[in-house]
Design a protein around this ligand. Structure first.
Ligand SMILES: *[C@@H]1O[C@H](CO)[C@@H](O)[C@H](O)[C@H]1NC(C)=O
Ligand SMILES: *[C@@H]1O[C@H](CO)[C@@H](O)[C@H](O)[C@H]1NC(C)=O
Ligand SMILES: *[C@@H]1O[C@H](CO)[C@@H](O)[C@H](O)[C@H]1NC(C)=O
Ligand SMILES: *[C@@H]1O[C@H](CO)[C@@H](O)[C@H](O)[C@H]1NC(C)=O
Length: 243
């Protein structure tokens, strides 16, 4: 009985302590320090839940937070849920973890680009996916359109979701499918073996070919007014010789 009373009062004490601690802490959390929360922005905008899930499951959301924390600027192309459901069924599931990370990083540019500034970028544009050979991305401005081409998919920015001086988020209606994952190109060749040096004999005969000699003499010996006539003659004789 006594023991029960003690534990009840202990619980009451704990309860009281917890509630007062919570009450004391909540006002401090209100100003919400730190950078813009991309997931929250997208949640609020609505229609991006698949992309949000992908950002989180690949941990790219943490990379983004880190980069914004150290004052880097970013541009994010956020594909809509409709964009993901338009993919061939199983497309995402067929990707390895690394490919998923690269797919998400391909949707992020390492600087904040305003709509007006897209035309200042040079193609291929650098994304956060490994490199522009495997992950090329072209962005062109055509009148009011900002067109994006991956080599597999063409799309256009359909709305601005969010913009401040550090972060721009744009809505795209297609998932940007990079060549590097969906149609890998062969690696650039290792420097080809040095071309076979032309032998002395062949270069000699080229220099002394009748055509070269004729061309040189006609250009040198004719009066300037006749030069074009000479060229015409050479061209004609070349034509006759070759036909
Ligand atoms: C970013 O900064 C906020 C506070 O400024 C901190 O709570 C958060 O852990 C940091 N995030 C990362 C990924 O470093
Ligand atoms: C750019 O996008 C717009 C809108 O989708 C389209 O009408 C136009 O043909 C595109 N231009 C090129 C060169 O792809
Ligand atoms: C980007 O544009 C360049 C030059 O127009 C072109 O050669 C290249 O194929 C384009 N790449 C993509 C991914 O659209
Ligand atoms: C994308 O646009 C380019 C140029 O406007 C065009 O040549 C290419 O065929 C288009 N690709 C697709 C997949 O629509």
């Amino acid at each position: 009985m006594k023991q029960g009373l003690i534990s009840v009062s202990f619980l009451l004490f704990l309860f009281y302590h917890c509630t007062t601690t919570l009450a004391a802490e909540s006002p401090v959390q209100a100003p919400s320090p730190g950078p813009t929360d991309v997931s929250k922005v997208l949640e609020k905008a609505g229609g991006f839940s698949v992309f949000i899930r992908l950002l989180k499951s690949t941990s790219v959301s943490i990379q983004i937070e880190n980069q914004l924390n150290v004052s880097n600027t970013l541009t994010i192309f956020a594909p809509t849920n409709g964009a993901f459901s338009a993919l061939k069924p199983g497309t995402l599931n067929s990707l390895s973890t690394e490919q998923k990370v690269q797919l998400v990083q391909y949707h992020i540019l390492p600087s904040s680009v305003s709509l007006q500034n897209f035309q200042t970028l040079s193609n291929p544009v650098r994304t956060q996916a490994s490199n522009t050979y495997d992950f090329p991305l072209n962005i062109t401005v055509e009148g009011n359109w900002v067109n994006i081409s991956t080599g597999i998919v063409n799309t256009t920015i359909s709305a601005t979701v969010y913009e401040d001086n550090q972060l721009a988020i744009y809505k795209v209606d297609k998932v940007l499918l990079p060549l590097g994952i969906f149609a890998p190109r062969p690696k650039p060749l290792v420097p080809a073996p040095a071309p076979v040096k032309p032998s002395k004999e062949s270069s000699y005969s080229t220099l002394n070919s009748p055509v070269a000699a004729l061309d040189a003499s006609s250009a040198l010996n004719l009066m300037p007014a006749l030069a074009s006539f000479g060229v015409l003659m050479v061209a004609t004789s070349l034509y006759l010789v070759s036909s």
